[in-house]
Structures are given as C-alpha cells and as structure tokens.
Design a protein around this ligand. Structure first.
Ligand code: NAP
Length: 274
C-alpha cells in the first residue's frame, strides 16, 4: 500500500522551485523502488518543530534547502563529520527516533571535481554555505588555496574556520587566477536574474578545471569563457545530482542509478523553465 512506502521530502521556504522531487521521482521510477517524495514549505521559525513532527508522522528523511540548512544542523540529535565541518545540513534522516544530520554537498562537489589533479592552486569564488562545502572538500589537499569574495571579512573567517592559510582576493583581482589548476564558482553570480561573474580566466593553467555550481543557465558565462580558452569544465548539475545520490539511498534503501536519465530529465525541466 502506498501509505506504507518510505516517504521523503524536500523542506524549504520557498521549496516549490526545488529540483529534488524530479531527481528523486526519476530515480524511484528507474529503480522500481517503492517510495514517495513530497514538497514541504516551512517558514524559518517553524522549521525544527515542523520537521520533527513530520518524522514522528512517518517521514523517512528530508532534503533541506534554503534557508534552513543551518537550522537543520541545530535541529538534529546527531550529525556527521561533514555536517559539523561544513556547519550546515542538507539531509536529515529519521533513525530509531533520532534525527541524524548529514551534508552531502561535498559529495556532489567531489563528483564534479573527479578529474581535478588535486595539486595546483585552487581558486574558490564565494564564502557562503556552498563555498564552505567546497572548502571541506579541498581542506586536506596539499595545495595553495585562494579565496575571492565580495566581502573579504567573510572569506577570511571561512579560511580561519577551516584552519587554512588561504590568500584572500577581491572579485576583480586577475592575479588570483595566475597558474590556477582549479577554479570553483560558489556564488550565485551568473545565475539567471543575477549579475554575471566577471573574472578573467586567461592566467589559469592550460589544463585547469573550471567548475560552476550555478546550473541555470547550465552553460554560464564563466564556463563559456573556460571553454573558449580550452580549459576543462564541470557544471552545477553534476553537483546537484551527486549530492542527491546518498540521500536517495538513505531514504529509499537502494542506490541511485548511475546512468544519465536523471540529467536528461533535469535538462528538459530547466529548458522548460527558461
Ligand atoms: P550564500 O550562502 O547566500 O552565499 C552567497 C555567495 O555569493 C557569497 O559568497 C556572496 O558574497 C556571493 N554573492 C551573492 N550575491 C553577490 C553579488 N551581487 N555580488 C558579489 N557576490 C555575491 O549562498 P550558497 O548557499 O553558498 O549558494 C551559492 C550558490 O551556489 C547559489 O547559486 C546556489 O544555487 C549554488 N549551489 C549549487 C548547488 C548545486 O548542487 N549545484 C548546491 C548548493 C549551492 P558575500 O559574502 O559578499 O555576500
């Protein structure tokens, strides 16, 4: 019976724009796994109470989106190293009456950066939650880290939180890119409706990998510039799908399919929205 199926949700404010239902429902269809996935819109003040009540009512887990990721960590009874390290949770699981928090964004980032050498200078643009997840991925690599952010103090605090000696640059400092083998955009700049991210990638290493977390549009100006220069690129959908995989398995008890079906579905949805 459908009511006995594992049920999960995305919780946000707002949440109706979330692509998580499409990802999870595509995988449920593809695997034939029984399960249901819904959207829960919840105001910030009500988050902790509302989520706990839903868990008591039978929810198996939730994906957490803006603006609840920090509150999600606070609402949990226990948290993974990643959630504690990043300081936020994007997944909550109900296990034996306790809420477990996890942060799988760094897993999505690792997917996007699979072809990164892990050695030359890495340029991280941004100092918000997504940048924290990127730094969690980079923190144990033996490489120079440079952070660019509009608000320099926020970038300094981010590096300090991770105990890293990062060089801090302004967004328009071209020198930040000299010899860089990895560039990550973890700001919302370049997203539809936002100002573009105006940086000059010409100083990056010829085999540099440029990763943009923005996925609408899929080919941002940053990625177009990287392609023109012959650099390798990774787009935000790789991260979006990569962070959803462990959540699907935790909610529904089966691994998500590895083939491209979900990416095709997401591309169609993004095209429809545009
Ligand atoms: P956030 O915590 O609000 O941080 C936003 C970042 O963008 C900050 O560094 C902020 O700089 C910068 N920024 C915003 N508007 C700016 C402007 N007009 N000029 C200069 N800098 C500006 O947001 P977040 O959660 O880190 O998310 C950042 C981006 O990553 C979003 O586009 C989000 O969609 C994307 N993301 C993608 C995935 C994925 O799966 N692909 C997952 C998570 C996030 P200040 O510090 O100066 O304010």
């Amino acid at each position: 019976m459908a009511s006995d199926w594992p049920k999960a949700a995305v919780v946000g404010w707002p949440a109706e724009h979330s692509l998580s239902p499409l990802i999870m429902k595509t995988w449920l269809d593809e695997t034939g796994q029984p399960g249901d996935y819904v959207i829960i819109e919840c105001e910030p003040d009500a988050f902790a109470q509302a989520v706990r009540a839903r868990f008591h009512a039978g929810l198996a887990g939730v994906n957490v989106t803006v603006p609840h990721k920090e509150a999600a960590l606070g609402a949990a009874d226990q948290a993974s190293d990643a959630a504690r390290g990043i300081g936020a949770a994007n997944v909550l699981i109900w296990r034996q009456g306790r809420i477990e928090a996890d942060n799988t964004d760094h897993i999505g980032i690792a997917r996007a950066l699979e072809s990164d050498s892990g050695s030359g200078p890495a340029v991280l643009i941004g100092a918000g939650g997504a940048a924290r997840a990127a730094l969690y991925h980079l923190k144990d690599q033996d490489r120079e880290i440079r952070i660019l952010n509009r608000t320099a103090d926020r970038a300094k605090a981010l590096a300090q939180d991770f105990g890293l000696k990062a060089e801090i640059y302004a967004l328009d400092e071209a020198a930040a890119f000299d010899g860089a083998s990895l560039v990550i955009n973890a700001t919302s700049l370049g997203m539809t409706g936002q100002p573009p991210l105006s940086v000059d990638l010409s100083g990056t290493a010829s085999d540099a990998l440029v990763f943009d977390m923005v996925y609408a549009p899929l080919k941002t100006e940053l990625l177009a510039q990287a392609e023109q220069l012959g650099r390798r690129t990774a787009d935000g959908l790789i991260m979006l799908v990569g962070q959803a995989r462990p959540a699907f398995e935790a909610f529904f008890g089966a691994p998500a399919p590895e083939h491209d079906g979900v990416r095709t579905a997401l591309l169609a949805a993004l095209e429809h929205r545009a």
